[in-house]
Design a protein around this ligand. Sequence first.
Ligand code: NAD
Ligand code: MG
Length: 386
Amino acid sequence: MAAPRTITILGSTGSIGTQTLDVIGRRSTEYQVRYLTCNTRVDDLVAQARVFQPYGVAIREESAWRRFQELYPDFAGPVLRGEEGLCEAAADEQNDVVLSAMVGFSGVVPTMAAIRSGHVIGLANKETLVSAGAIMTAAARAHGATLLAVDSEHSAIAQCLVGERFSDVARLIITASGGPFRSLPANEFHAITPERALRHPNWSMGSKITIDSATLMNKGFEVIEARWLFDLPSEKIDVIVHPQSIIHSMVEFVDGSVKAQMGVPSMLVPIQYALTYPVRLPLDVPSMDLAAIGSLTFEAADTERFPCLRLAYEALRTEGSAACILNAANEVAVAAFLAGDLPFTGIAEVIARTLDHMEVVAHPSLDDIVAIDGESRRRAAEYLSN
Ligand code: NAD
Ligand code: MG
């Protein structure tokens, strides 16, 4: 690559954010950091800022914003505050790539700010496309922004599509590890604790997505994400459980040929691919040893034990604001589960009830989506308190 790429990371203190800085740190001459941002973990942000010397930082939470200035009084650049500050960092005209790695609905408005500035966006924050996929993709077209998937499955699909005609795609096959409860009998689901659900077999991730992986809502979200990234209807997006997580996803073409993208599970690969696309740079990750792995296995996803996957497909087929409601209710239910206030099986129940009782808006605007997200959270919280 010629000039260094200027990167802003929304959510730099999280699992994806720190791995993005790991990628950047390995080849510091190829990248320049523009903004680093966080919600509350300001000690981590200070440590990152000291090492990576960004132009500026943005901090969502007021007291964390104040604390940054106490901890790092001689930081020379702008210290932006609140959602407005995140949007300013996202929209900064010096950005080449904005890595959107905040968690949940909090990423929607800042990611939209990056889209409206026409940047290349490395999108890890899938809830953005789940909640507002139609609006986000229309805005990307209107403003010339490029959405590059960081989610390993969608990066895999994008890599399989290189050199292909999009009209030749017959079907996407998204792989799922199955999570920690893949083989657990249905009658033991009520006793699942947060500690057990947080132990994912193949991936180390933030707590919210780890619970989504345990319920398979994460896979449902990825089906919706694929619908928007690749503009295909739900009938052409299938899920298959593949416990080894070696095949990251597949594309079937009209002639029956199937391409798979494979590798040892590591988010560093899709993160770097989004930062350097369309070229590849060397990356020091373990080489895939198929003889040691021995066998790759596959099984159908069970929507009886994992109703969240079915709910996500239903919300996708309903269209309009349904997936926004799905996402909001899920965020409330997952937080309640993690706090010990809701059993594991209650997560799908809260989501189903919220979906049943919220009216679906056919063509919501971004303001509508923000309001629907808030109302869905209020409803979901009501079911919880009953
Ligand atoms: P995380 O919880 O580890 O990190 C979240 C980051 O967002 C932190 O930097 C936090 O400060 C910031 N943040 C949280 N709430 C915020 C708010 N209200 N305002 C501003 N900033 C806020 O999460 P993660 O695991 O890194 O996941 C980030 C996103 O990437 C999620 O959408 C997740 O689904 C997606 N993703 C993650 C992985 C993974 O391996 N972790 C893989 C694929 C996709
Ligand atoms: Mg994924």
